[in-house]
Design a binder for this molecule. Sequence first.
Ligand SMILES: NC(=O)c1ccc[n+]([C@@H]2O[C@H](COP(=O)([O-])OP(=O)(O)OC[C@H]3O[C@@H](n4cnc5c(N)ncnc54)[C@H](OP(=O)(O)O)[C@@H]3O)[C@@H](O)[C@H]2O)c1
Length: 334
Amino acid sequence: MSSKSFKTMIVQETDTGHYTKIISQKTLDDLPLGDVLIRVHYSSLNYKDVLSTQGNRGVTRSFPHTPGIDAAGIVEESTSKAFRTGDSVLVTGYDLGMNTSGGFAEYIRVPETWVVPLPVNLALRESMMYGTAGFTAGLSCHRLINHGLTSDQGRILVSGATGGVGSIAVAILAKMGFQVTAVNGHHDRTDYLKSIGASSVISIEDAMDNSSRPLLEQKWAGVVDAVGGNLLATALRSVQRHGIVTTCGNVGSADLATTVYPFILRGITLAGIDSATTPMDLRCIIWGKLAGEWKIPQLNTIAKELPNLESLDKEIDKLLNHQRTGRAIVKVVS
Ligand SMILES: NC(=O)c1ccc[n+]([C@@H]2O[C@H](COP(=O)([O-])OP(=O)(O)OC[C@H]3O[C@@H](n4cnc5c(N)ncnc54)[C@H](OP(=O)(O)O)[C@@H]3O)[C@@H](O)[C@H]2O)c1
C-alpha cells in the first residue's frame, strides 16, 4: 500500500553550490522513525530556520532537507503511552528542523521525549506565536527572576529587541513590572518597541562601548542579550554589582571579548541559554508560565500569521534584509 503524501518545504543544493526552496510532496515513509506522528497545524520562522535554508552546515548537515524547528499540531498516530491520537501537542528544538525533517511540512514524526502537551489556556496558534524564540525569552526571564531580580532593583536591557526572542522578552519583563530598555534594530522601531512594553529605547551604537575600560557605569540590573559580540561585552561591563546577563544568540557576532573584572570585582553572572536541549521538566514549567502568569497581551502585535508554506520565502528574505519586526507563524494545514 502506498504511503500517504503531504505538502512540505524542501531545501536543496544546486549544482552551483547554492540552495533553493521548493514546496513539494513527501510521503509518511520519508519521515524518520519515531513514536509520535503529528499533523502540523502551525509552525513558526526562527533565525535558525533561515540559517538552514541558506545551507548552513552548522545547523543542517545534509540536503535535501525540510527545515522548521517548531511545530504545533494534533497527534495522528502514537506508539507512546504518554500521547494518544487527537492530543494537542507542540515540539520545539531538540533536532527538529536541523537534521530531522521539520515543521515546514504537514507532518512530523518524532521521539516521545521531544513532545510537550499543549498547556491549558494556550491555543496551537498561540504556542507558535511564542515558538522557540518565545520559549528562549521565557528561559532568559526565568534566569533573571530566579537570580532574585525584582523590579525595584533597576532597569533591564534587552538587545535584539525588535526580533523574536527580544520582543517577547520585552513584553514578559514589562508584564512582570520591570522597566525595560530595548535596543533597537538596524532601523528605528521605537514606536513598535514602546507598544510591546519597552519604557525606553536606545540604538545599537548607544548600547556598545568601544573603549578598553574593563568596567563601565552600572546601568542595568539585568540584561537579556540575543546579539553577542561587542553588545554583550558592553553589557557585561555595564551591569550592576551582582547582576545577571543572559546570552542566547550571535546575530551580531559569536565573539566575546571580556576580562574577568566584571565577574571578580562586581560578582556578576553570565547565564547561557540553550533552548533546544532544555530538560523536559523545565520545558513544561516555562511553557506553563508562557500560557499562564507570563501570557502577554501583545502576542498579536508581535507575531503575524503567514497563510501557507509558500509565503515563507518572502519572509525569510525580509529577515535577511533587516526588514521585519517580531515573529511570523505559518499556517500549515489548509
Ligand atoms: N540559544 C538558544 O536557545 C536560542 C534560541 C532562539 C534564538 N537564538 C538565537 O538568538 C538570536 C536572535 O534570534 P531571533 O529569533 O530573535 O532572531 P530575529 O528575529 O532575527 O531577531 C534578531 C534581532 O537582532 C537584531 N540584530 C541583527 N543583527 C544585529 C547586529 N549586528 N547588531 C545588533 N542587533 C542585531 C535584529 O535587528 P534587525 O532586524 O534590525 O537586524 C533583531 O532585532 C539568534 O542568534 C538566534 O540564533 C538562540
